[in-house]
Design a protein around this ligand. Structure first.
Ligand SMILES: Cc1ncc(COP(=O)(O)O)c(C=O)c1O
Length: 371
């Protein structure tokens, strides 16, 4: 069955909502004639750092590069291991491999889908080459950074954040991206802050690390044409920076719209015994990049909803260790990960979705319970 017309496209609606400002801003940028690392990137970096609540933001080409460049900036690479959840977008893991380091998979908390202190502790007992842990704030729920930071400090390893799905999520009123030594963001068009193409950024409070990251993102140059360190080419481009500056101004409002729609789903799901709503831990504000329910009847429910025209999706159909390319990666127990993979289901959610679309989804779910 075709997707019902109530379900509009987020990237397109997001563009239309900002069309005039984006087009004016692009026109001005094009006429200035400075197309690589010009004023739009510099200004976006300053505005985004301020928004996150850190001293530095460094624009890069995408979120995968943001993780790789962050690791390279920290001097983590060949011979080092980096702990990462297996339940994440594959990019969290491929970026580690691209830096030259070896990923080590951790299990996640059954309620928040983020790595636990216990799983990191177990990995550290087995592997003394682990130099960093990448906490992914999956779906928009902040990881338990307090416990993780204590453990990382005790063991002398670096805690990093993958904020690709969590722009604006908060932990103890502090935004993700400001909670560890460094953090990576993606501005892929479907993200809470999305470009019209690829984009990414690294945030940090560490002045020296910021300098190194700026070198690494552009061939390792400290001065033009002289590579002080080994680098890559991963620059946020001026057009995307101009677009992101426009969209950043409405990010609070868009996240509030996501949270309001999520609350409607959660309220509606109370009546249904076969599916659990996502959990939000005390002290945390969820960014609701995705609204992921859990059901023992997932496959049948997914088919039922797709047949009804509701565009549900899986994030993700397989954990990374279950994918052929990463089957050989080291890991301990992944019990929670393996239990959740067949039960998760993402309901449609974005800030331009109507209340009617949410109600349509809930009504279709009610019919499932009756069938
Ligand atoms: C958790 C997570 N990390 C990293 C990335 C990589 O971002 P990008 O697609 O911009 O490279 C994504 C994007 O899908 C993601 O969801």
């Amino acid at each position: 069955m075709e997707t019902h017309s109530l379900f509009n496209s987020y990237p397109l609606e997001d563009y239309r909502a900002h069309r005039q400002e984006i087009e004016a801003s692009l026109h001005a940028m094009l006429e200035r004639g400075h197309y690589i690392l010009g004023g739009e990137v510099t200004t976006f970096e300053r505005e985004f750092a301020e928004w996150v609540g850190v001293r530095h933001a460094i624009g890069v080409a995408n979120g995968t590069d943001a993780i790789e460049v962050l690791l390279r900036g920290l001097g983590i690479g060949c011979g080092d291991a980096v702990a990462v959840p297996s339940h994440t977008a594959v990019a969290s893991v491929s970026a580690i491999a691209r830096s030259g380091a070896t990923p080590v998979f951790l299990d996640v908390d059954a309620a928040t889908y983020t790595i636990t202190t216990g799983s990191l502790e177990a990995a550290l007992r087995e592997d003394n080459s682990i130099k960093a842990a990448l906490a992914v704030h999956l779906y928009g729920h902040p990881a338990d950074v307090a416990g993780l930071q204590v453990l990382c400090d005790q063991r002398g390893i670096v805690l990093l954040e993958d904020c690709a799905q969590a722009h604006g999520a908060t932990w103890q009123k502090r935004k993700v991206g400001s909670l560890a030594r460094g953090a990576a963001f993606s501005f892929y068009p479907t993200k809470n802050l999305g470009a019209i193409g690829d984009g990414g950024a690294i945030t940090t409070d560490d002045d020296k690390l910021a300098v190194r990251i700026r070198e690494v993102r552009q061939y390792g140059w400290r001065e033009r044409y002289i590579s002080a360190v080994e680098g890559v080419n991963s620059r946020l481009d001026e057009m995307q920076a101009a677009i992101l500056r426009v969209k950043l101004r409405t990010l609070y409002a868009r996240n509030a719209a996501r949270r309001r729609l999520a609350a409607l789903y959660t309220e509606g799901l109370r009546e249904l015994s076969f599916a659990d709503a996502p959990v939000v831990k005390p002290g945390c504000e969820h960014a609701f990049h995705l609204y992921v329910i859990r059901s023992k009847h997932r496959d049948a429910l997914m088919k039922h909803l797709l047949d009804a025209g509701v565009p549900v999706a899986l994030h993700y159909p397989a954990a990374v260790h279950q994918q052929p390319a990463y089957a050989a990666v080291k890991h301990g127990s992944l019990t929670q990960t393996e239990a959740l993979v067949p039960e998760i289901l993402s309901l449609p959610l974005h800030p331009f979705l109507s209340d009617d679309a949410v109600q349509f989804t809930l009504d279709a779910m009610l019919k499932f319970s009756a069938s």
